[in-house]
Structures are given as structure tokens and as C-alpha cells.
Write a protein that binds this ligand. Structure first.
Ligand SMILES: [Mg+2]
Length: 303
């Protein structure tokens, strides 16, 4: 069953169409002029709109143009109802954005067939869009942790950097690395390594603000991008995360594993940072420092 909005000033036509389409299981909402039709298109979110061409006040062409401009209805299929049989009117309706037309007085079977075919096409279109979204997600995400992947991280950070520079916003990058990750793999096998990575992915997702951005940078390295965050603020986020990981136990096959991380933090603006590549390099230097200074700690880049 679909919800169909029928905009027509003729009661006779409206009721005939309503009867026909209700019989095949659709829900019909009626509007008797363009203004009411546009309102109902917005409030009712119909699956399809049947639109009369000749109406007092706003005609079908004008209504159709407005529907297409409106975000909420721009993808809703519109079928024009026209009593005119001149090809020019039909062509004009199709050019404006109607997907089809039905000539009045309509044949019941034809009306039903045309409505159903456009509902079906809409459904297919939505399926394709959903699949595209899923593919995009797969292409941008790391399969193990469900965080964004290395490629997408670089793409996103370079955009974020340009934005931060243009609007004079602070932008903090954090790189973190699991301490002695190799020992998990060596002692318990690679599957345990995966459990550790997943657990850290969950903690990261749970710890950052919705507006921030986290990625698996590679192997056992992760990256965070913190927006509108200065150096001390970024350090606090990293330090809180480090403590949370340190306090947490990872359970795997009866083993209780202790995981710790080292993290480096760098913030733009900084005199040595002019682009996203330099921001990463400086963050990496701070991470190296954290490892060098004994691990399970956070260091910020001072230059
Ligand atoms: Mg009319």
C-alpha cells in the first residue's frame, strides 16, 4: 500500500480516482488546489503525487515546479492529470519534471498501471540509493573496528584542515598506538590481536564526541580529529582515553588482557604546521616521544 496525494480541483475526478486507487489498496489524500496540495505534500510525505494541470490559482506546472524545488518532495514522483490531449502540454509537463501523465477522463486500468509502475520505480531507486550508501560506508570504513579507514582519514583531515585555516579554528589531531601490541599476537595468536583492536575501537567510539572523528590509522594505530579543540583540550581528551584504556580489561578465551596506549597530540594553529601533512607529522613526533618516555602516556607536540 502506498500513500498517494491527489491534487485536483474537480471533485468528480478526485473521487473517481480515489475510488479506483483505494480499491487496489492505496491510501489517497485529497487536495483541491495547488496551495493545499503543496502543504499536504510537505506534511503527509506521500509516495506519489497525482497532479491536475488546469486548476484555478496555481496551475499544475507551477505546483510541479515548487514540488521539485522543495527538499522534502523533490524525489517524489509526479504524474500529471490532464484533460488536454495536445502533445505540447504533455511535453511541457514532462520537461518541468513530471515523470508521466494520464489523460482525463482516465481509464481505470491505465491509471492503476501507471501509478504502480512509478511506485515500483521509486522503490527500485531507493534500493539503489541504500546500496550506494552501504558501499560508500564499506569503502570508507575499517572492517574490523568499524571506524573510518586510513584513506578516508587523510581525505577528511585535509578538508578539515583547509576549513580550520580559513575560519581560524583550532584543530587537534591525536595519534595513538597500542603498547607492545605484538605480544598479544605472539602470546595468544592473531585472533586475540583482533579482539584487542576491536575493544579499543569500541572504547574510542564511546569516548569521543559525536562531532569528532576517529579512524584506524593502520595496524595497531588509531587517529582522532578533534574539532574546535585547542592543545590543552586535545591533551585532556587523549589523557582521558589513555586512562580509560588502562583501567579497562579485555577478556578473551578466559584470558584477562591488560592493554595500554601511547598517544601524541598536535594542534593547529602552530608555527610549524601549515597543512594536514605537517599536522600528522607533528602528531607522530609527539607519539614517538610518548613511546620514548616510557609508553602508557600522552605527549603533546611543542616543536
Ligand atoms: Mg482541473
Amino acid at each position: 500500500m502506498a500513500k498517494i496525494l491527489l491534487i485536483d480541483d474537480s471533485r468528480l475526478i478526485a473521487h473517481a480516482a480515489k475510488k479506483t486507487l483505494t480499491r487496489v489498496g492505496h491510501e489517497i489524500i485529497l487536495a483541491e488546489d495547488g496551495v493545499a496540495g503543496l502543504e499536504k505534500a510537505k506534511s503527509e510525505q506521500p509516495d506519489l503525487i497525482l497532479l491536475d494541470l488546469i486548476m484555478p490559482g496555481m496551475d499544475g506546472y507551477q505546483v510541479c515546479q515548487k514540488l521539485i524545488k522543495e527538499e522534502s518532495s523533490k524525489e517524489t514522483p509526479v504524474i500529471m492529470l490532464t484533460s488536454k490531449s495536445e502533445p505540447a502540454d504533455k511535453v511541457k509537463a514532462l520537461k518541468i519534471g513530471a515523470l508521466d501523465y494520464v489523460t482525463k477522463p482516465f481509464d481505470e486500468a491505465e491509471l492503476v498501471a501507471r501509478v504502480n509502475i512509478h511506485l515500483r520505480l521509486k522503490e527500485l531507486y531507493e534500493t539503489v540509493q541504500e546500496k550506494n550508501r552501504q558501499l560508500q560506508d564499506l569503502a570508507n570504513k575499517d572492517g574490523l573496528t568499524d571506524l573510518f579507514n586510513h584513506r578516508y582519514f587523510h581525505e577528511q583531515l585535509s578538508k578539515d584542515f583547509l576549513r580550520a585555516r580559513r575560519y581560524h579554528e583550532s584543530l587537534t589531531c591525536v595519534l595513538l598506538d597500542i603498547d607492545h601490541f605484538k605480544k598479544f599476537n605472539d602470546t595468544h595468536g592473531h585472533l586475540t590481536g583482533d579482539v584487542v583492536l576491536k575493544a579499543l575501537g569500541c572504547i574510542i567510539k564511546d569516548s569521543i564526541r559525536d562531532s569528532d572523528f576517529a579512524a584506524r590509522y593502520g595496524g595497531e594505530e588509531f587517529a582522532l580529529v578533534l574539532y574546535h579543540t585547542d592543545g590543552p583540550g586535545g591533551f585532556d581528551v587523549a589523557e582521558r582515553l589513555r586512562r580509560r584504556v588502562d583501567d579497562n580489561e579485555v577478556h578473551d578465551k578466559g584470558n584477562v588482557l591488560h592493554v595500554s596506549i601511547s598517544a601524541g597530540v598536535a594542534t593547529f594553529p602552530h608555527k610549524l604546521i601549515h597543512n594536514s601533512k605537517e599536522l600528522i607529522e607533528c602528531t607522530d613526533k609527539a607519539l614517538y616521544q610518548a613511546k620514548n618516555n616510557g609508553r602508557n602516556r600522552v605527549e603533546k607536540f611543542d616543536g
